[in-house]
Design a protein around this ligand. Sequence first.
Ligand code: GDP
Length: 361
Amino acid sequence: SLTIGIVGLPNVGKSTLFNALTKNDVLAANYPFATIEPNVGVVGVPDPRLTKLAEIFSSQKILPATVDFVDIAGIVRGASEGEGLGNKFLANIRESDAICQVIRAFKDENVVHVDGKVSPKDDIETINTELILADLQTIEKVLPRLQKESRIKKDIAPKVAAVEAAKEILEKGDTLFSAGIVQGSGKEELLHDLHLLTTKPFLYVFNVDEDELTDDAFKAEQRALVAPAEAIFLNAKLEQDLAELDDEEALELLQSVGQEEPGLATLAHVGFRTLGLQTYLTAGPKESRAWTIKQGATAPEAAGVIHTDFQKGFIKAEVISFADLVETGSVAEARSAGKARMEGKEYVMQDGDVVEFRFNV
Ligand code: GDP
């Protein structure tokens, strides 16, 4: 599954946030046999459509889509110098599909800041500099060889040009992501085998004081620092408290600080979007469930997420949009109203499609 790596300077609240992530009981409740690594937190993506489906189908269980977060310790100023970023750090971050930076904005004299002052702007720069330097080291290792090779193999000229262009961006102090060269886009293809860190999509979590959660001017300032990446504002200690409460108590606590949903829920939603994912839905008396697919996935690819045999033996998919199903009230009613479509192999899945696959075994 797709994972988001969490990085940040020491003492910004990563462990606190991660504790909240792992206390969240999606996995324990729904996937009792799943084994998870100690540094992985699995968060359910809240989806009110599932509650509605469970009503229509009298489902016993609701299984939301999930996002995996990996705790990646080990980034400090100067980490890319000398021995370079640790091997474990690099391996972990290379395996992540997106990078989530946790940035300290909370003020608390009892919590030491590694650089002596709370400054989101400086901290973002420190982390990005380390990632940029690591990418430059990678490029400097391969570029001379590529340039030499291209004198004989003319067809690698575009690749050399792409690597040189990337080098120029990094030397200016910009991440490749912020320059639009992001994994999964055509612009990154020629660089893909270099496994550059800053081509991953970024998102930012600002760990803020409670009163800053509702301070729109403050939040706009921070958003401007990280655009085009998305920013999420939460208070890690509050998230840890929320993770320990039942739904009703949690709602009360959230309302007392002017929030509609836990920061972790927002993080899961934004993470999902950053990874380029969407969901389709299945429902029955046993369970109502959201399945994770890439935006643009076809019906057989979507079937393959449930079981590879479903993809191999795919015949067609009966698709009802969530809105049509709610409006008609049942599958039978949707069918007689002509709202149930039979879709074939070429069909591109839409977010919120309610699906039943037909397949050969
Ligand atoms: P890490 O080094 O990034 O993993 O940071 P920790 O999660 O260990 O947090 C460092 C210290 O900051 C701990 O004493 C936390 O209790 C405290 N801390 C974390 N989040 C917050 C917060 O939102 N507000 C305040 N005041 N303290 C926090």
